[in-house]
Ligand binder design. Structure first.
Ligand code: SF4
Length: 192
């Protein structure tokens, strides 16, 4: 009886350890994903503000491909959860089926010289116009040599202004395209 009582005690202790371990395990097991979910639940992702060189971190929540919330990332070492008004407006450049900003113009609008009337055009028309005008301007104003006869191959009649919503890859493509045309006036409006 004594032996069986000791075994029972051991079994009891063993069962207690397993039980308490079992109670702890689910808690620790589930608390980690729950904690992680609070910071990065499904539909949320960390990103960097595209607007200036400060490079603040943000957390973007999305649903069905649309941004439903955007806030500063409290874990980001630069901004520690804060965002300036421009950064807070970053959600407005979300463009899955149109920008979130209701004031954003989504169709090509053209105002011919000498009129105050705007016409709605399609993209094919607009891109053809741009290509035609760029070529005509380049053909007319391209400079092959400077006043001392040195080859310069530059175009001063067109300038390029990039936007902060462009990412690195887009900036790289724009740079290559503009440089290949000979542009020298080449800028970006992002604050540094
Ligand atoms: S625009 Fe504002 S939020 Fe965005 S990186 Fe610059 S300071 Fe940060």
């Amino acid at each position: 009886m004594k032996g069986s009582r000791e075994i029972s005690r051991r079994e009891f202790l063993k069962a207690s350890v397993i039980l308490s371990g079992g109670l702890i395990m689910p808690k620790s097991f589930f608390s980690l994903p729950v904690t992680m979910q609070l910071h990065k639940p499904i539909g949320e992702s960390a990103t960097i503000c595209c607007f200036c060189g400060v490079g603040c971190g943000a957390i973007v929540a999305s649903q069905d491909g649309r941004v439903i919330n955007l806030e500063g990332d409290p874990d980001h070492p630069i901004n520690q959860g804060s965002l300036c008004p421009k950064g807070m407006a970053m959600a407005q450049i979300n463009t899955v089926d149109g920008a979130v900003n209701p004031h954003r113009v989504q169709k090509v609008r053209y105002r011919a010289p000498g009129t105050d009337k705007w016409e709605e055009k399609d993209w094919e028309w607009a891109l053809n116009q741009i290509a035609h005008r760029v070529k005509a301007t380049r053909d007319r104003y391209f400079i092959e040599t400077d006043s001392e006869g040195r080859m310069v191959n530059r175009l001063e009649a067109i300038a390029s202004l990039g936007g902060a919503a462009l990412d690195n890859e887009e900036c790289s493509l724009v740079t290559k395209g503009m440089r290949s045309l000979g542009l020298v006036y080449y800028e970006h409006q992002a604050r540094l």
